[in-house]
Design a protein around this ligand. Sequence first.
Ligand code: AP5
Length: 211
Amino acid sequence: MIVVLLGPPGAGKGTQGERIAERLGIPKIATGDVLRDAIRQGTQQGLAAKGYMDRGELVPDSVILGIMKDALSSPTAAKGAILDGVVRTVPQAEGLERLVAELGRKVDKVLLFDVDDDELIRRLSGRTVCEKCQTPYRGLEPGTDCVKCGGKLVRRPDDEPDAVRTRLRVYRAQTKPVIKWARDHGLEIAEIDATGELDAITDRAMKALGT
Ligand code: AP5
């Protein structure tokens, strides 16, 4: 099953993507995580992406299409994948459509996470993430140990207020048109109320996936 998660920054795509992937027994692929790994490892891809990411802008489509291809062609994604933030522009959606067709597969569902702006800002201003495994946390200070892997929790540079404003603007201008594109191309979209308890949101998502 290939599932695309769409939604604004802070909507919980990473948090819920992990849970949905676990329940379905398939991997979660997050372009943001791949790019942050590349930055940490100091690769050319990471160096090229860092400026865009820190400012809250999108990394060029060509870079994302390359990550998408590598990830979906990998044997670990043979049974499917949860695509977290992988599609953020119409050219990326077109690229994914081409890629899945080449692989003889299809996008089974788009889950659109819905959270209002005030809540998004509250979430992002209080978020820390593990610098090693990238698990997001709320209510934990930087420097705390990650309960999953023991790595240190840090603040993301793009969670600073200026970058958050840019990310919300970019979402409206460049990612929202993907919703219309997906509808026009016959993809099934389920809107998920992504506020409230984590378990309740996961249940809503699983129900929308028909499982
Ligand atoms: P990315 O890392 O994907 O960032 P994002 O899309 O802005 O999403 P976030 O990770 O900020 O939020 P999320 O929806 O995953 O929420 P989370 O679960 O963490 O991308 C970063 C950058 O990489 C982009 O800006 C861009 O530069 C680049 N990039 C990546 N993909 C790209 C692409 N395809 N094209 C071009 N550029 C790309 O939750 C947020 C917080 O809320 C956490 O603290 C969490 O604990 C908390 N939380 C979660 N659920 C709840 C709840 N129900 N109630 C209360 N708190 C909650």
